[in-house]
Design a binder for this molecule. Structure first.
Ligand SMILES: *Cc1c(COP(=O)(O)O)cnc(C)c1O
Length: 398
């Protein structure tokens, strides 16, 4: 799919203008929120306006869909009431029981749902998708119909080579779906490098202000699966509300500058934290030490995103204690907002999680780098002091 033939302008311009004014009647630069759930039928029993019912025909939602299709270089896009509603729609629309290969590291809510997906007759094999041989070994000829890749993936920010997996998938007659929530269309456009479907939790970076739940799917080429996804969304009512669509359009127009600034701050923070005596690891694809760095350099254009994790030497207790000491970072789940969040990830994922118990997940916001860095350093220092390690060694890392 050639993005440039569909959209002559760059991502940054598309975002800033949000596809421009949509209201020909008033010439309003910002579209109104269309709240109507239904549309007038003509006397001849037709619908000359082309719209029938709010679940499928809302102009505020369609404006967002048009923008995301353009951003992804996609033929079409569909909005959903959440990222989970968007992601699960793909699996629910598969025509027959399918073997699915999915990234071992992924958003835990989807992983938990996929573990139960046998209700649809599907079978999921979780593999380390950064390891192409592991993918090849997991394939079942004639049965594997879908590859599901999250990159960078929660919460270790593992990088999967999208074009390489696309080649493996397509040679087996399977589809590749990429959850690109963390990279956003600013840094990676999966369809341009071979993905068939892209999914985003728009709750995260796309909206960016921690005040909207939304999800989006974009497709390289409309096909039977896409028709079933669209039909399924209308049937079960997994639609996005018009007010949420409007807020999302408002938030997304600054996506480019937000993601660039967050990526820049995250890279500086990762470099400053690397080697800190209270930490056993800083996990960020922008660091040369990260196992996925070389692929990330190829695949993430203009930055490595705003997500990273740190592993605390003192283990779970020290990690939780450090999170308790932050003054500026907000202790909360989710990611991609303008405010920086810190989270002891294993606590929220629960028992059976593959997430290391000493890991703190950081969503880097738009605050000043020094404020963010020194707050973390004091939190790590206080936690280590409370654990009896003394403060002096910790200060050495500043
Ligand atoms: C949050 C998230 C989801 C789920 O999205 P919701 O909007 O919370 O339903 C899916 N994938 C990734 C990578 C996420 O971070």
């Amino acid at each position: 799919m050639d993005h440039e033939t569909r959209s002559p302008v760059k991502t940054r311009t598309l975002l800033a203008q949000g596809l421009g004014p949509a209201e020909s009647a008033t010439k309003a630069l910002v579209s109104p929120i269309h709240m109507s759930t239904t549309y007038l039928r003509d006397a001849d029993n037709g619908y000359s306006g082309g719209r029938i019912y709010g679940a499928t025909d809302n102009p505020s939602v369609q404006q967002a869909e048009a923008l995301f299709a353009a951003l992804e270089g996609a033929q079409d896009a569909l909005m959903f009431g959440s990222g989970m509603a968007a992601a699960s729609a793909v699996f629910q629309a598969l025509e027959r029981p399918t073997h699915i290969i999915a990234s071992r590291g992924m958003f835990y809510g989807l992983r938990a749902w996929l573990a139960d997906i046998s209700v649809f007759g599907h079978c999921v094999t979780f593999v380390e998708t950064s390891d192409l041989d592991a993918i090849r070994r997991a394939m079942r000829p004639g049965e594997t119909g879908l590859f599901w890749v999250e990159t960078p993936s929660n919460p270790l920010w593992t990088i999967t080579d999208i074009p390489a997996v696309a080649e493996i998938a397509h040679s087996a007659g399977a589809l590749l779906c990429v959850d690109a929530t963390v990279s956003t269309p600013v840094l990676t456009r999966p369809i341009a490098v071979g993905a068939d479907i892209v999914v985003h939790s728009a709750t995260k970076y796309l909206n960016g202000h921690s005040d909207v739940m939304a999800g989006v799917l974009a497709v390289a080429e409309r096909n039977g699966l896409w028709d079933r996804i669209r039909r399924g969304r209308a049937q079960i009512g997994a639609t996005l509300g018009p007010f949420e669509a409007w807020l999302l359009m408002r938030g997304v127009r600054t996506l480019h500058v937000r993601v660039k600034a967050q990526s820049e701050t995250a890279l500086m923070l990762a470099n400053r934290l690397a080697g800190h005596p209270a930490l056993s690891a800083v996990l960020y694809p922008g660091l040369r030490s990260h196992p996925g760095h070389a692929v990330a350099v190829r695949q993430m254009i203009g930055g490595f995103g705003g997500m990273m994790s740190i592993r605390v030497k003192g283990g779970e207790a020290a990690a939780v204690a450090a999170a308790a000491q932050v003054q500026l970072w907000k202790r909360a789940t989710s990611l991609g907002g303008v405010e920086s969040l810190i989270e002891h990830r294993a606590s929220i994922e629960g028992t059976g999680t593959p997430c290391p118990s000493d890991l703190l997940r950081l969503s880097v916001g738009l605050e000043d780098i020094d404020d963010l860095f020194f707050d973390l350093v004091q939190a790590l220092g206080s936690a280590a002091a409370a654990a009896g390690h003394g403060k002096d060694g910790i200060r050495g890392g500043v």
